[in-house]
Structures are given as structure tokens and as C-alpha cells.
Design a protein around this ligand. Structure first.
Ligand SMILES: C[C@H](O)CC(=O)C(=O)O
Ligand SMILES: [Mn+2]
Length: 341
């Protein structure tokens, strides 16, 4: 694979996707310290909010240590070069949340929907695209559940609503490099050449780096990852590893690799409540095609009802559950416990 000379933008997810792995309990002070470290390392973009995006604080998704507004104001005020993005899932986040995030100083809004429901993003993308200078991104989750052709149809909707960048998101960490290549290559062929394409991976099958490289080769120019992999499931593409591979392959990221490694090792690893890694449960997410942020919900229900988290996750995969169905995990566990009794 020859990627030499390609230029990409990396986008760190530790302070948003990483919130899932921390049950949304990262403090404002921890966020600021990490964001400053990333700024010094030259990481161009970072995302900050509740794990489920603006407005995620709820019984269904979990209550965070601080509000989105407190996180965003503090981080946007602390970074010098790094741009801050916020994630918004229509139905969870509202236009009011978007206005608040803009007031805090975000440069990018990423509007996320399930991969077959891009039409739900129309209001937010249309509004965002009219705001001068706001980087407006569409983000299709659980992209392994749609064929390349179906995905392109959905991405075109987002492009039509005004997104200047669209993402293919492997929320379950289920895809293999050929799956990524097929989806990104078709999108690159069919979308407006001016529309950027991004890839967001999860490392549940250990494919974060390989999939991100496949994405770059097929035409993606924005790649998500997390330092030390802090993210849902087995984490996102471990960013410092990806950066090292990029440097070896001659892909330009503009990031200071050693500084990024230090932030991962000195600031993020000590923060982890559990080692974010491929273990039998996070591996099952990737194997069975389950939304990565279901991991801790399944573990909690398994403990409560004396079940195996792996059995719960396999069943969630069999039922084709998607983001937003977190409440079904406990229901399912209860049924499984009754059936075992
Ligand atoms: C709300 C989700 O955590 C978004 C995401 O990062 C994914 O689908 O993956
Ligand atoms: Mn994710």
C-alpha cells in the first residue's frame, strides 16, 4: 500500500467517545489538562461532549460529571490551535444545544444518525451549514449494517443538506479492511469531489489501524482515533499508534508523535477505570456487530442477573439492535435470567 505524500486530518475522540469508557465521569479539569496536551502535540481536532453527544445526560445514557456547556467552555477556552467539535444526535441533541455549543466556541458540529436514517439530520445540518465558517459534518453510525450503495444514498442526503464532510462510522468495530475500502471508495466516486470523507473506527476486532489505512487509501482525508484508544468497546483506533504508522508510511498528519505518545501514556492511561482493550466482551462486540457503547450496559446487567456479558452481547447482535436501544439491554437480561431460572 503506497500512501506516501497523502495529507490527512486526525480527530481525537478521547474526550467524547472516551466518555463511554469512563461512564461519562471525566472531570472538567481532566478534560482541560488533556486538551492542552493534545494542543501542544499539534492534534488538529478534538471532540468534547457527553459520550452520546450534546444533551446525552439522561437516565437512558447516563449522567456525566459536568454539563456539556461546562466541558465545552473550559476546553474551547484552553486550547490555542486545536479546533473543538461537538457531536449531536438529533432526538437527543436539539437546536438549542447546537447554539450553546457555538457560543462556547466549537468550530465543527458533527450530526450523527443511524446509517439508514440520514433524513433525520436535515434540520440540524441545514441550519449548521448556513452558519459562516462552521465545519458541518454528517456522521452515519453502524455503517456495517448498510451496503456500500445504501450508504452512498444516505451520504448524498447529508451532502444535500449542506454537510461539507461525511463520515462512515464503524460503531461496532465489525468491519474488515475490504468492507471499509468498498464503502469509502464508492462514496469517493459518487460524492461531490469537494465533500470530504471521514472514517471513525472501533478496535474491537483489532482492525482500527488497518481499517483506517484502508480508508485513507480509498480517499478518506479525516480519520478519527483516540490517544491510548480511550473510547467505547475496545476503544477507537489508537491514535498514537496510527500516527506512528502514518509517519512510517509518509502520510502527513502534522502531529508531534512523541508528544502525542506522552499524552496517551501520562494523562490518559492513568485515567482509565478499566484497561480499554480487546477482551472477550469487547471482542464479542466486533464479532457480533454490536454498538460499542453497549459494552458497559451489558456488563452491568450481566452482573446484576448472574449472566455472561458475552451471551447478552451475542443476543443483542442477533436481534440487530442499534444505538438508542440501551434500555433493551436490561429487558433482555431480565428475560434471559428468567429463562435460565
Ligand atoms: C453516539 C456514538 O457513541 C457515536 C459513535 O462514536 C459511534 O457510533 O461510534
Ligand atoms: Mn465511536
Amino acid at each position: 500500500m503506497d500512501l506516501s505524500g497523502k495529507k490527512i486530518t486526525v480527530h481525537d475522540m478521547s474526550l467524547r467517545d472516551g466518555m463511554h469508557a469512563k461512564r461519562h465521569q471525566i472531570s472538567v479539569e481532566e478534560m482541560v489538562t488533556i486538551a492542552e496536551g493534545m494542543d501542544e502535540a499539534g492534534i488538529p481536532m478534538i471532540e468534547v461532549t457527553h459520550g452520546d453527544g450534546l444533551g446525552g445526560a439522561s437516565v437512558n445514557y447516563g449522567f456525566p460529571a459536568a454539563s456539556d456547556e461546562d466541558y465545552l467552555r473550559a476546553v474551547c477556552g484552553a486550547v490555542k490551535r486545536t479546533k473543538v467539535s461537538a457531536l449531536l444526535l438529533p432526538g437527543i441533541g436539539t437546536v438549542d444545544h447546537l447554539e450553546m455549543a457555538l457560543d462556547c466556541g466549537i468550530s465543527t458540529i458533527r450530526v450523527a444518525t443511524h446509517c439508514t436514517e440520514a433524513d433525520v439530520s436535515e434540520q440540524h445540518l441545514t441550519m449548521a451549514s448556513k452558519i459562516d465558517g462552521l465545519d458541518t459534518v454528517g456522521f452515519l453510525m453502524m455503517a456495517h449494517m448498510a451496503s456500500p450503495e445504501q450508504l452512498v444514498e444516505q451520504l448524498k442526503l447529508m451532502e444535500g443538506y449542506g454537510a461539507n464532510c461525511v463520515y462512515i462510522t464503524d460503531s461496532a468495530g465489525y468491519m474488515l479492511p475490504d468492507d471499509v475500502t468498498a464503502r469509502i471508495a464508492l462514496a469517493r466516486e459518487q460524492l461531490d469531489p469537494a465533500t470530504e470523507i471521514g472514517f471513525h473506527g472501533h478496535h474491537n476486532l483489532g482492525m482500527g489501524i488497518a481499517n483506517s489505512l484502508a480508508a485513507v487509501e480509498a480517499g478518506a482525508t479525516r480519520i478519527d482515533g483516540s490517544l491510548a484508544g480511550l473510547g467505547a468497546g475496545a476503544g477507537n483506533t489508537p491514535l498514537e499508534v496510527f500516527l506512528a504508522v502514518c509517519e512510517r508510511m509518509g502520510v502527513e498528519t502534522g502531529v508531534d508523535l512523541f508528544r502525542a505518545m506522552d499524552v496517551a501514556e501520562d494523562l490518559i492511561v492513568p485515567l482509565m477505570e478499566h484497561m480499554v482493550r480487546v477482551d472477550r466482551d469487547s471482542l464479542t462486540l466486533g464479532f457480533a456487530g454490536v454498538y460499542s457503547s453497549f459494552l458497559l450496559f451489558a456488563k452491568r446487567s450481566a452482573e446484576k442477573y448472574g449472566l455472561s456479558a458475552r451471551d447478552i452481547l451475542v443476543e443483542l447482535g442477533r436481534r440487530g439492535t442499534v444505538g438508542g436501544q440501551e434500555d433493551m439491554i436490561e429487558d433482555l437480561a431480565l428475560d434471559m435470567a428468567r429463562n435460565h431460572a
